[in-house]
Each structure stands twice: as structure tokens, then as C-alpha cells.
Design a protein around this ligand. Structure first.
Ligand code: ADP
Ligand code: UDP
Length: 251
């Protein structure tokens, strides 16, 4: 497969066309951003970590019946994916209060939620990805009512499967963001990435020396280390990768 023209340069990845109109070439970048690009840094090795982590997670999800856009990883920093028409939505699932949920609703970070929360944000850099509800999404033409019903069911199933997956490697899945799109034959699929950039992952092991960064009584293994200036993300991302590799090797 050949890499053709650059289609899109994002904050974390570049998308290229290939000779197959149904397939895109995704190149992961070393760039880390927070606050919609307000904080930006190059972190050598991040591209390889996230490309590998996302591949392993999508492979694990496939084993439990969740298909994604992933075709295959083709190099340390690159993968081939199915070309999708993306919903301009950040689909967030939460199990534990943190981040913007804690701030907006005045709930202490770490509070277990009585039921998982599904939220939508409109993907728009100029508007700073505002929080929206189902009616907003339908009114703006971002997705139809029927598509939202499918998106919600799929997001909740992914949360259940992903929570179990992370628990099996001693990680608490606090919350995460996913994106979905539609294939040329009309199927709604999980796309984009699932990495420590897009999830809050708290260590359930109390070893201390495993890459997790202590922040009060939380042992962080995700991009909050970067957002909150707590140190290097690399040991934490390596730790997540190592545990996922051990899981993959176990079956
Ligand atoms: P951002 O756009 O937020 O800066 P990235 O750097 O991760 O984020 O860019 C990747 C872009 O590719 C995102 O806009 C995402 O919606 C889009 N994308 C992810 N998977 C696919 C796919 N399979 N087909 C088309 N677009 C995709
Ligand atoms: N998230 C993401 N991209 C974004 C915003 C959020 O991947 O542009 C993820 C984030 O890593 C967390 C979840 O979505 O796992 C919920 O984030 P939240 O709304 O709490 O936002 P934040 O605290 O980052 O402002």
C-alpha cells in the first residue's frame, strides 16, 4: 500500500490517501497538546506508543465483538484504517467523576458515579468543542436521531468491554473519549484512537515504581500527567503498553 496525498493534519495524527479509496494511511505524531492546542510539546516516542497501544486495544475489542476502523498496523508509527465519514462528535463515557464533569457539577474527582454517563461534544476548534445534547446534535445536522441511538448503544457497550479490559490489567477506566463514523456501506463503526491521550487511566496496583505518577491518592497513567505538568508521560504510556502486550500474549 502506498502513501499518497496528505488529507488532514491534526494535533496528534496525519491522514493520507492511499491507492484504495476505502483505505486511509494514519501517521501518529509525537506532538502532545492540551487545552485545544494551548499547551503543545513534542515528545519523542509518543507516536510509536500510541500507535501500538491503539492497535492492541482495537485488537482486544475485536476479540469481544466490537469492530473498528483498524485494518492493520504497518510500521511503528503508521496504520491503515477504513475511510469513514466521521460524525463531528467527541463521544465521552464516564464511570468516575473527573475533569470537566467534576468542575461543571462540583463533584469531587474520584467519586464513583451511580451509573455511567454518556456525553457529546461538538468537534469544533473555533468553538472549543462545546458540550451538546442529543437535540443540539440533531438540530445542527451532526447526526440523526436514529444514528444517535446506535452511537449511544455502541458507546455504552464499548465502555463495558473497555472497563473489563483495563480492569484485567489492573487499571481503572475513569473516563474516555471516542469517535465514530460511517463506512461507505452505511455501517457505524468505532474509529480514531483509544490511547492514554483519550482515556483517564488510574493504576490499581500500589507498587509505586511502575511509571504511574502519584497525584494525591491517584496514580495517573494518562495524559493528565501532561495536562497537569506532573512530569513525563513516557513511563506511564510504556507501562500501559507493557500490560497490554502481556494481555495479548496471554491469549
Ligand atoms: P484532531 O483533529 O482533534 O486534531 P487528530 O490529530 O487525532 O485529532 O486527527 C485525526 C482526525 O482524523 C480526526 O479529525 C478524526 O476525526 C479523523 N479520523 C479518525 N479516524 C478516521 C477514519 N477512519 N476516517 C476518516 N477520518 C478519521
Ligand atoms: N478527551 C479527549 N479529547 C478531548 C477532550 C477530552 O480525548 O479533546 C478525553 C479525556 O482524556 C478524558 C475524557 O475525554 O478521558 C473526558 O474529558 P473531560 O471532559 O473531563 O475534559 P478535560 O478534563 O480534559 O477538560
Amino acid at each position: 500500500m502506498e502513501k499518497l496525498g496528505l488529507l488532514y493534519q491534526g494535533k496528534a495524527k496525519k491522514l493520507y490517501a492511499t491507492e484504495d479509496p476505502e483505505v486511509l494511511w494514519v501517521e501518529y505524531l509525537n506532538q502532545a497538546t492540551a487545552g485545544n492546542g494551548a499547551k503543545k510539546e513534542q515528545i519523542a516516542g509518543k507516536a510509536e506508543l500510541n500507535n501500538r497501544i491503539t492497535t492492541l486495544i482495537f485488537d482486544e475489542l475485536k476479540r469481544v465483538g466490537i469492530d473498528s476502523h483498524l485494518v492493520k498496523q504497518i510500521s511503528p508509527t503508521d496504520q491503515l484504517v477504513r475511510k469513514m465519514t466521521m460524525f463531528p462528535l467527541e463521544i465521552v463515557q464516564r464511570n468516575v467523576a473527573a475533569g470537566s464533569f467534576s468542575k461543571r457539577l462540583g463533584v469531587e474527582e474520584g467519586t464513583e458515579l451511580k451509573a455511567p454517563v454518556l456525553e457529546y461534544y461538538f468537534k469544533s476548534d473555533p468553538l472549543n468543542d462545546p458540550f451538546i445534547n442529543d437535540d443540539d446534535a440533531v438540530a445542527l445536522g451532526l447526526a440523526s436521531r436514529e444514528e444517535l441511538a446506535q452511537i449511544a448503544t455502541l458507546a455504552r457497550t464499548i465502555n463495558t468491554k473497555l472497563t473489563a479490559l483495563f480492569k484485567s490489567i489492573d487499571v481503572k477506566l475513569v473516563d474516555f473519549k471516542i469517535e465514530m463514523g460511517t463506512t461507505s456501506d452505511g455501517q457505524i463503526l468505532l474509529a480514531d484512537e483509544i490511547t492514554p491521550d483519550t482515556c483517564r487511566l488510574w493504576d490499581l496496583k500500589d507498587s509505586g515504581a511502575d511509571g504511574a505518577v502519584a497525584d494525591g491518592n491517584i496514580e495517573r497513567l494518562d495524559k493528565d500527567i501532561f495536562r497537569k505538568d506532573l512530569g513525563s508521560i513516557l513511563p506511564a504510556y510504556h507501562e500501559i503498553l507493557g500490560r497490554l502486550e502481556a494481555l495479548a500474549a496471554s491469549h
